[in-house]
Design a protein around this ligand. Structure first.
Ligand SMILES: *Cc1c(COP(=O)(O)O)cnc(C)c1O
Length: 365
């Protein structure tokens, strides 16, 4: 039996009728840009996250970029982020002209390490972007303490953390702003690109609303040089239908993870740590294993798909050579890059499929 990395067939079936009807309504009104379905989904998502505002944008990358822009982050400023993340977390900072400053991660949760972060704070630090990697939030109490003491904004990169909670609060609701991606493979995924900024802050809400829509205050009045970065009405329909299932799908992911933990308990791999006081929704099920590349080949030979999130830390990417870092600067991030391996994970994955992956993994090792 071969096992795909992701199979969303069942998810798509669950929402198909609602999307058919919703899309028909959009087409009948030709309300493709900023139709009423966008506003409706924004309200639903804000309520879901437990925040005052949600502003739909065209990607997770733009959600981060517009949130930083709303805080007037610009050349001369510094923004700190973990080196172990998807490169978009850094790109959004570079778009503003501010300097990207890296910090290392915690070896157990793979999230930003508060101690490493404290070492790189300067007078120019304007924001910190914790990335809630794989579906589990960073240590928000520690980060918010740093934020309050030093007056540095926290922008949550929640692109892998839809619906997950820290001490009961949803991801995205504990910083100055939370930024989500609706890229198709994310926990809440569109049938195309999409993103969202959530916030309790009136000013951030005001700014992001303007920035995503050419900087306009009304049809032909433009207060600032904004962008074209709106959430598609067609995608809002898909996302609205999926949001109703999100908690259930996250619970299903947790059940898949529990079967993995059971099946892998005597295997020489590091399974994901579920930290205290928070939830893990396993947007990605990443293990660590010796001889990772060979093990990956072994899985492939047995029909089991796997991926590496992420093989190269951002500070060692060619694109960030100008940040002036070198190999050895962030030893934990670098170490994890060499050992990490993402196994198949999706809500409707069956116990038989998980067992098949575990069996192939044992053989490959
Ligand atoms: C996916 C992702 C992004 C970017 O989102 P897009 O919608 O693809 O632009 C940013 N940060 C992290 C951590 C991500 O996983």
């Amino acid at each position: 039996m071969s096992v795909p990395f992701i199979d969303f067939t069942k998810q798509n079936e669950a929402i198909k009728n609602e999307v058919d009807a919703g899309w028909k309504a959009v087409i009948e009104k030709s309300a493709f840009i900023m139709g009423p379905q966008v506003k409706a989904f924004e309200e639903e998502f804000a309520r879901y996250c437990g925040v005052k505002y949600a502003i739909g944008v065209n990607s997770g990358t733009d959600a981060l970029y517009l949130a930083l822009s709303a805080l007037d982050i610009k050349p001369g400023d510094e923004v700190i982020l973990p080196t172990y993340t998807f490169i978009a977390t850094a790109l959004c900072v570079s778009y503003t002209g501010a300097k990207v400053v890296f910090a290392d991660i915690e070896e157990k949760t793979y999230n930003i390490c508060p101690e490493s972060l404290k070492k790189v704070i300067t007078k120019k630090t304007k924001a910190i972007i914790p990335v809630h990697l794989y579906g589990q939030m960073a240590d928000m109490d520690e980060l918010n303490e740093i934020s309050e003491k030093q007056g540095i904004a926290i922008i949550e990169d929640s692109c892998q953390a839809h619906g997950t909670r820290y001490k009961g609060a949803r991801s995205g609701s504990l910083g100055k702003a939370g930024c989500f991606s609706f890229y198709p493979t994310k926990g809440l995924g569109a049938w195309g690109d999409g993103g969202m900024v959530v916030t309790n802050d009136d000013h951030v809400n005001y700014m992001v609303n303007m920035l995503r829509d050419y900087g306009r205050t009304d049809r032909y009045s433009h207060k600032m040089k904004g962008h074209n970065s709106r959430l598609d009405t067609m995608q809002a329909v898909v996302l609205s239908a999926k949001l109703k299932h999100l908690d259930q799908w996250n619970t299903m992911r947790q059940k898949v993870a529990a079967v993995y933990a059971q099946e892998l308990k005597d295997v020489d791999v590091v399974t994901p740590l579920h930290a205290p006081d928070r939830e893990h929704v396993y947007q990605t099920y990443a293990i660590r294993v010796k001889n990772r590349d060979k093990v990956m080949d072994g899985l492939k030979a047995r029909g089991v798909a796997s991926l590496i999130h992420y093989p190269i830390p951002v500070h060692l990417q060619e694109a960030y050579a100008d940040a002036g870092n070198k190999k050895g600067d962030f030893p934990l991030g670098e170490k994890v890059c060499n050992e990490i391996l993402s196994l198949p994970m999706f809500p409707h994955m069956t116990t038989d499929q998980v067992k098949e992956v575990a069996k192939a993994l044992k053989e490959a090792i």
